[in-house]
Design a protein around this ligand. Structure first.
Ligand code: ARG
Length: 581
């Protein structure tokens, strides 16, 4: 259960609950009221609005009338509320931001705010993400899953969940056979010394294209025969292709490890398709013997027609398992190995049907935990000129993409520091900014929507981008460091920009909670952008260092609170905040 409540909203909601009781003799829990409180259309209309639609319905009156009656029935307001006004179907409240700031900002500045408990007794949860296939290219599209999954893990951990991070790379199957087939029979290039994983991925694409081209030609039969033979060796775990598989698989693992290290992503457990394969076949056979699975044209599976999910094939005529078979064994293992109470899969939306089938089969198998499994899907990444495809040859391998970005950042943003900073500092900052651009860009879009990857856009310092927020942080940080400690803790909040900044800061945990609950890091990215902008407007209108006390200290504290909140928020997306930029 999430237990965090914005203390101000909570107090207001409790006061409203009492007012509703007085005005209409209705019992409405403050938690319910809390969740109904929302923004006003403009600052002139108030700082927070309570809509009366639901209460009016229960009180058998119209919302505008209900707003007036409630307004009249509330005699005492919380100390941080200066006034209230009924506006149509809403009752709006104006805040005393100095009172709120006095209460809140010191805990931001000391860091205590971020140590609060946001939840209680959350279910132990496994989040599986970034499950690329070995022997294939790792490209920018894979970053969406990686960044999304990692942000979910960080958000969940911050809000108090016990999280197990897992991955499940695909290291067996036809894609592997195709790659090895090409390597053995057609490749003339020497294996490079470095970046073997990326090279291998390119080989796979070439293999795939060649096989497609030769379909229908006289070569097709032979190709198919060779592939079958390769797959057989891999299944039997012996022969030259098995040896080649072991060697090349490691190249892919090295590449993944490098990328994970770069992205600062860690898994508590790595499951492998090759490791669940044989047990999954056994499991399917067992259940077939128990009479649960049926036979259809020599294949074994489950008829999911009654659930409009088709036929889920689990054993082929040759007795081998399929992707779904492995997922059934994998789910069983996850619960057994980690005693989890919730099992989340971050996988793109193409696999929606697959997971529906898998979860249904698990349920029919009497696996109680089936209902604790959930597929978190997301849409694709495209390039400005359309979808990525290895055929078109427009796939950007990850390592070269990162290098290009780092180069661009150094040239465009950091060149001016060449004489001031050491080369290490420049390199480090460029890396931080590149990661910020990718991670922010990959999480700022709602998971249900497509992402267009556009390096120039994502690096922009004047649009909604990771670097924009990092830059805002770095600027505040430099200023705050120059100005020293605040001397007067009065906190005077008078300018509209100051009020807006406090109003934004005070909802940080509310936002974090929503992003976590809805599995939408985009809620947090939008907030961080708003906070950066609120700060920039504040900074433009409210001089800090040159102001008199107590204003100077007050603004200094607001600046510190903003910097710390930006830093904390970015960290929940896996993004570092550079000290200077
Ligand atoms: N390796 C798969 C792919 O690249 C994704 C695996 C997703 N996880 C799972 N448990 N099926 O399509």
């Amino acid at each position: 259960m999430f237990c965090y409540h914005d203390q101000f909203r909570q107090e207001l909601a409790q006061c409203l609950s009492l007012g509703i009781k007085n005005a209409f003799s209705l019992e409405v829990a403050w938690e319910k009221i809390y969740s109904l409180l929302g923004p006003t259309p403009s600052k002139d209309a108030g700082d927070i609005a309570f809509p009366l639609f639901i209460v009016a319905k229960d009180a058998k009156t119209n919302p505008a009338q209900a707003a007036k009656s409630l307004d009249a029935a509330i005699s005492e307001l919380p100390s941080f509320v200066t006034s209230k006004v009924a506006m149509g179907p809403y009752l709006n409240f104006f805040f005393d931001f100095s009172a709120i700031a006095k209460n809140l900002i010191p805990s931001f500045v000391s860091g205590d705010f971020y140590k609060q408990k946001l939840s209680e007794n959350m279910p132990r949860t496994m989040i599986e993400y970034s499950q690329p296939n070995t022997h294939k290219e790792l490209h920018v599209g894979h970053m969406r899953n990686l960044c999304y999954g990692d942000a979910l893990i960080r958000l969940h951990r911050y809000t108090g969940f016990d999280i197990v991070a897992s991955t499940f790379p695909g290291d067996v199957g036809t894609h592997v056979a195709k790659c090895l087939w090409y390597l053995k029979y057609h490749n003339k290039e020497a294996v490079p010394e470095k970046r073997k994983g990326a090279w291998l991925g390119a080989m796979y694409s070439t293999a795939h294209n060649k096989l497609e081209e030769e379909k229908g030609s006289e070569k097709e039969a032979q190709n198919r025969e060779q592939l079958t033979m390769i797959l057989k060796q891999l299944e039997q775990k012996s022969g030259e292709f098995f040896e080649l598989w072991k060697e090349t698989r490691q190249w892919s693992i090295d590449l993944m490890t490098e990328i994970y290290k770069w992205a600062d992503v860690k898994f508590d457990v790595w499951y492998w398709e090759s490791e669940v394969d044989s047990d999954s076949v056994k499991l399917a056979r067992d259940y077939h013997e128990k009479g649960l699975f049926i036979e259809d044209k020599g294949c074994i599976g489950v008829d999911l027609e009654p659930y409009k999910l088709g036929f889920c094939m689990l054993l082929k005529t040759d007795g081998n398992g399929l992707y779904a078979t492995k997922d059934i064994e994998l789910a069983r293992r996850k619960f057994q190995d980690f005693h989890i109470e919730k099992n989340l899969y971050v996988v793109d939306k193409r696999q929606e049907h697959h997971f529906k089938q898998v979860f249904k089969v698990l349920e029919l198998m009497g696996f109680e935990n089936a209902k604790k499994c959930q597929h978190l899907q997301y849409d694709f990444v495209e390039l400005p000129d359309g979808a990525m495809s290895s055929r078109k040859g427009n796939i950007i391998p990850l390592q070269s993409l990162i290098e290009n970005m780092v180069k661009m950042i150094k040239e465009q943003y950091l060149a001016r520091y060449t004489n001031e900073w050491s080369p290490e500092e420049i390199e480090q900052t460029a890396q931080i900014v590149a990661k910020g651009a990718i991670k922010y860009g990959m999480t700022r879009i709602d998971p249900g929507k497509k992402i267009v990857f556009d390096m120039k856009e994502w690096l922009k310092l004047d649009g909604e981008s990771g670097p924009y927020i990092q830059y805002a942080y770095a600027r505040i940080n430099s200023m705050v460091n120059k100005l020293g400690e605040p001397k007067d803790l009065t906190l005077k909040i008078e300018m509209p920009q100051e009020k807006e900044l406090v109003a934004t800061l005070m909802i940080f945990h509310h936002v974090v909670q929503q992003a976590t609950e809805q599995y939408k890091p985009s809620v947090l990215t939008a907030y961080l952008y708003d906070l950066s902008r609120a700060y920039n407007s504040f900074y433009a209108e409210c001089p800090v260092g040159s102001s008199e006390e107590p204003i100077r200290s007050s603004r200094l504290m607001l600046s510190k609170a903003t910097a710390l909140t930006l830093k904390k928020g970015l960290s929940l997306l896996g993004i570092e905040a550079p000290e200077k930029m």
